[in-house]
Design a protein around this ligand. Structure first.
Ligand code: PXL
Length: 282
């Protein structure tokens, strides 16, 4: 199989594992060539570590990607995550149009909220802009809070019931993407995972692993990166979701046992060997 190449468009937060410091190592480990468009450089993420620095790189996005285009570079996938402004959303739509071919998989993680709350830097209108970016994707990967914001549905705390999840999925499907993976689902205290939806078949399926209670920062990016790595290794959506759930749950479990500060991100690095076994690469 020829090596796959992707473009990952996220910020880089120096400390507190998320966005590019997660996507780059995980996709590289999965054997995928990962080019990056850093949209901003922060000292840490914005999720609970006060005093972070934020250097916006919006102005660089167009010249950066136009240079790539002049080199005739092509990508098997484009993966976007945290985007800091409406202007960045519009620029990313341009990048999709610039590089999209029939084979390009466009994956949008509509990073903007968790635990029922928008991240501090966003206004509620940002969800409208993010929905318009999702409309241009092949696959979207919201958590439950983001799904509620994208659809106008009310947010509920877990444990969830199947009716709520399936009604959220149906509302998300109106966005029009071919595939949806909804994260952060649990029906009881024992298991946590994701639901997958395929537009063509209308089928909703689930992938679960052991649940560790609590909130662990950066797990959406760990999950999204592993999911894309698995898809590009030829797994179907349900299988890829299971591999990503296993990897994320394993990383959370290790972090929970080590009792590290949950704002610092999860120990995904030491889960990479098991991830590679799941992918059949070792
Ligand atoms: O993991 C999501 C994320 C990415 N990048 C930045 C963030 C967050 C979530 O808080 O603040 C800068």
């Amino acid at each position: 199989m020829t090596q796959k190449r992707i473009a990952a468009i996220h910020d880089i937060s120096g400390f507190g594992k998320c966005s590019l410091t997660v996507a780059l190592p995980i996709l590289s480990a999965a054997g995928v060539e990962t080019s990056v468009v850093p949209t901003a450089v922060l000292s840490t993420h914005t999720g609970g570590l006060p005093g972070f620095t934020y250097r916006d790189l919006t102005e660089d996005i167009r010249p950066f990607t136009q240079h790539w285009k002049s080199l005739n570079l092509t990508f098997d996938a484009i993966y976007t995550g945290f985007l800091g402004s409406f202007e960045q959303l519009e620029l990313v739509k341009e990048v999709f149009d610039m590089f999209r071919s029939k084979e390009t998989l466009i994956m949008v993680d509509p990073v903007m909220a968790d635990n029922g709350k928008l991240y501090s830097i966003f206004s509620p209108e940002f969800a409208v802009g993010m929905r318009s970016l999702c409309e241009k994707a092949d696959i979207i990967v919201p958590n439950i809070t983001e799904a509620a914001l994208l659809t106008g549905e009310s947010y509920c705390e877990g444990p969830y019931n199947q009716d709520y999840i399936e009604s959220l999925m149906k509302k998300l499907s109106a966005i029009g993407t071919k595939q949806i993976v909804l994260t952060g689902i649990y029906f009881d205290e024992d298991e946590l995972g994701a639901a997958t939806y395929e537009r063509d078949s209308g089928k909703i399926e689930y992938a679960f692993a052991k649940r560790v209670p609590g909130f662990f920062h950066g797990t959406g990016d760990v999950f999204g990166s592993a999911l894309l790595g698995a898809l590009l290794n030829g797994f179907d959506l349900r299988q890829a979701a299971q591999i990503a759930v296993n990897f994320t749950a394993n990383s959370i479990q290790r972090t929970f046992e080590a009792k590290t500060d949950v704002r610092f991100g999860v120990n995904f690095e030491q889960s990479i060997p098991a991830f590679l076994r799941d992918l059949g690469l070792v």
